[in-house]
Design a protein around this ligand. Structure first.
Ligand SMILES: C[S@@+](CC[C@H](N)C(=O)[O-])C[C@H]1O[C@@H](n2cnc3c(N)ncnc32)[C@H](O)[C@@H]1O
Length: 425
C-alpha cells in the first residue's frame, strides 16, 4: 500500500472510532491508532482528522447532493474525509481520489461509487466551497440546550466553529514576555497571542519554563482577580492539565499553600510534567472531588468543573462529530456535587470560584442560581476585578464572565463562564 493511502487509512480508522465509540482524538486508545513515528505523518493525520470533524456538517450537505440514498457509516466517513481534503484543504485531488478508492476496496465499500462521487466533486469544487450551513444543521441535542441564544449569537457561533483556535501564551512575568523569541500580540503585560502558529515544544525557550499555553478565556478569570484573594490556602479542585493552577502558583510566594487536585491519574501525569518544566512545586493530590475530605479549610477554592466543553468546540470538534451527545444530566450532577463539597471546605470569608468552558445555561447561570438557593451563607461577588489593573471588560459583566467562542484582537478564543462567590457567614 502506498504511504499516502496508509496514512489516509489511519485517518479513516480514527474518525470511525471517534464517531462510533464516542472517543476524543487525544484519548490513549485513539492515539495508539497513529502507528507511525514520522512527525510529518502525525501532523498530517491530526490535521485532517480535526478539519474533517470541523467540516463534517458541510460535507454531509455535499454528499446529499450526489447520493440519493443515505450512505453507510464507513462510506460516509470515507467521503467526508476526502471531501474535506479536496474542497476545504485544497490537497492534490488525484492523490485523495486514488487513495480513497484504494481504502474503499480495503474496507469493503463499493470503490466505483467512491470514485464516481469524488470525481464529480472535483469538477464542482469551486461551486461547493460556497456551501453554507446554519444553526438548524447543528446536532439536535445542542439546539435543544441553546434555545435561549439570540439570533445574532447563533449566526456568529455557526460562523466561528469551523475555524482553528488561536495559541495564547501566559508568561511568568513581563520580562519573560519581552524576551520571548517569537512575535506576540499582547493581551496583558505578561500574556499574548502567538502570531505565527508552530509546534510549541520546538520553540527554544519552551524548556526554560517561563511560559505555558492557555486559552485567553481560560486565563482571563484568574488574571482579573486582586492578589489578596490568594493570600491564604488555595485549592484547585479539578486542576489538570494545570493552566489556572499555574496562574495561582505564579501569584503565590508560598507554593506549599497551594493544593492542585484532580481525579484523573493520566491528566495528573501531564500536570506533574508541566509543574516540573515550569519549576512549580505545589501539593498535588489525586482525590475524587465529590468525596473531598482534606484536612484544614481553604481561603480560595477553584471549581473548574468538567462540562460539555462546548466553548472549546474549535479545539475539540469531536463534541459535535461523535455519535452520542454529552451526558448533560450526569455533568450537572457532578458539578453540583463538586460545588457542594467545595462549599464545606471553604473558610468563612473565603472565595469560591466556579468555572466551565461552556455557555449552556444549565451548566452556567442556572448552576450558580441553584447553588445560591441552597447555600444561603454564600453571595455572588459583583464587579470582582482588580480595579487597579487595566482590564478589558469585553467579556465581563457585573456578575459573571460569559462568552460564546469569540474573536479577541483578531484571534479565536474559546467560550467560557466564571462566577465568584463569597462565604460571608
Ligand atoms: C475543565 S478540566 C480542568 C482544567 C484545569 N483547571 C486547567 O485550567 O487546566 C476538568 C478536570 O476535572 C477533572 N475531574 C473530573 N471529575 C472529577 C472529580 N470528581 N474530582 C476531581 N476532578 C475531577 C478532570 O479530570 C479534568 O482534568
Amino acid at each position: 500500500m502506498k504511504s499516502g493511502t496508509k496514512t489516509r487509512l489511519i485517518i479513516h480508522n480514527i474518525l470511525y472510532e471517534i464517531y462510533k465509540k464516542n472517543k476524543n482524538l487525544k484519548d490513549n486508545d485513539i492515539e495508539k491508532l497513529i502507528n507511525t513515528n514520522s512527525s510529518t505523518d502525525i501532523k498530517f493525520i491530526t490535521n485532517v482528522c480535526l478539519y474533517t470533524m470541523r467540516y463534517f456538517i458541510y460535507c454531509d450537505k455535499i454528499i446529499n447532493l450526489y447520493l440519493k440514498k443515505k450512505p453507510k457509516l464507513n462510506q460516509r466517513i470515507l467521503l467526508i474525509s476526502a471531501i474535506t481534503q479536496i474542497v476545504y484543504l485544497g490537497f492534490k485531488e488525484y492523490a485523495v481520489v486514488n487513495s480513497s478508492v484504494e481504502i474503499a476496496k480495503k474496507i469493503k465499500v463499493y470503490p466505483g461509487l467512491i470514485n464516481a462521487v469524488l470525481k464529480k466533486i472535483v469538477v464542482d469544487k469551486n461551486k461547493l466551497t460556497k456551501i453554507q450551513i446554519n444553526f438548524n444543521d447543528l446536532p439536535a441535542w445542542f439546539k435543544n440546550e441553546t434555545k435561549d441564544l439570540k439570533a445574532i449569537e447563533k449566526k456568529s457561533f455557526v460562523k466561528n466553529i469551523k475555524e482553528e483556535g488561536a495559541v495564547h501564551i501566559v508568561f511568568k512575568n513581563e520580562d519573560a514576555l519581552n524576551n520571548f523569541e517569537r512575535k506576540i500580540i499582547k493581551t496583558s503585560l505578561s500574556s499574548g497571542f502567538l502570531v505565527q502558529r508552530e509546534q510549541i515544544n520546538k520553540i527554544p525557550s519552551y524548556n526554560n519554563g517561563q511560559w505555558w499555553v492557555q486559552d485567553y478565556m481560560s486565563y482571563l478569570p484568574i488574571s482579573i482577580l486582586p492578589k489578596k484573594f490568594f493570600e491564604g490556602k488555595c485549592l484547585d479542585l479539578c486542576s489538570a492539565p494545570g493552566g489556572k493552577g499555574f496562574q495561582i502558583l505564579n501569584i503565590k510566594k508560598d507554593e506549599k499553600k497551594v493544593v492542585l487536585n484532580d481525579k484523573s491519574k493520566n491528566k495528573l501525569k501531564t500536570l506533574r510534567d508541566n509543574c516540573k518544566r515550569l519549576n512549580f512545586s505545589p501539593i498535588i493530590r489525586n482525590d475524587d472531588g465529590t468525596l473531598l475530605n482534606l484536612n484544614g479549610l481553604f481561603d480560595f477554592i477553584l471549581v473548574d468543573a468538567p462540562c460539555s466543553s462546548v466553548g472549546t468546540i474549535r479545539k475539540n470538534p469531536e463534541i459535535f462529530f461523535k455519535k452520542n451527545n454529552p451526558d448533560i444530566n450526569r455533568l450537572l450532577d457532578l458539578q453540583q456535587k463538586l460545588l457542594a463539597r467545595a462549599a464545606i471546605a471553604l473558610n468563612t470569608k473565603g472565595i469560591l470560584a466556579y468555572m466551565v468552558c461552556s455557555f449552556l445555561k444549565k451548566e452556567t447561570t442556572e448552576q450558580i442560581n441553584s447553588f445560591l438557593k441552597i447555600n444561603k451563607n454564600f453571595r455572588l461577588i459583583e464587579n470582582i476585578f482588580d480595579k487597579s489593573k487595566k482590564i478589558d471588560l469585553k467579556f465581563i459583566n457585573q456578575s459573571y464572565i460569559f462568552s460564546l467562542p469569540n474573536i479577541y484582537r483578531g484571534f479565536n478564543v474559546d467560550g467560557f463562564f466564571a462566577a465568584y462567590m463569597e462565604k460571608y457567614k
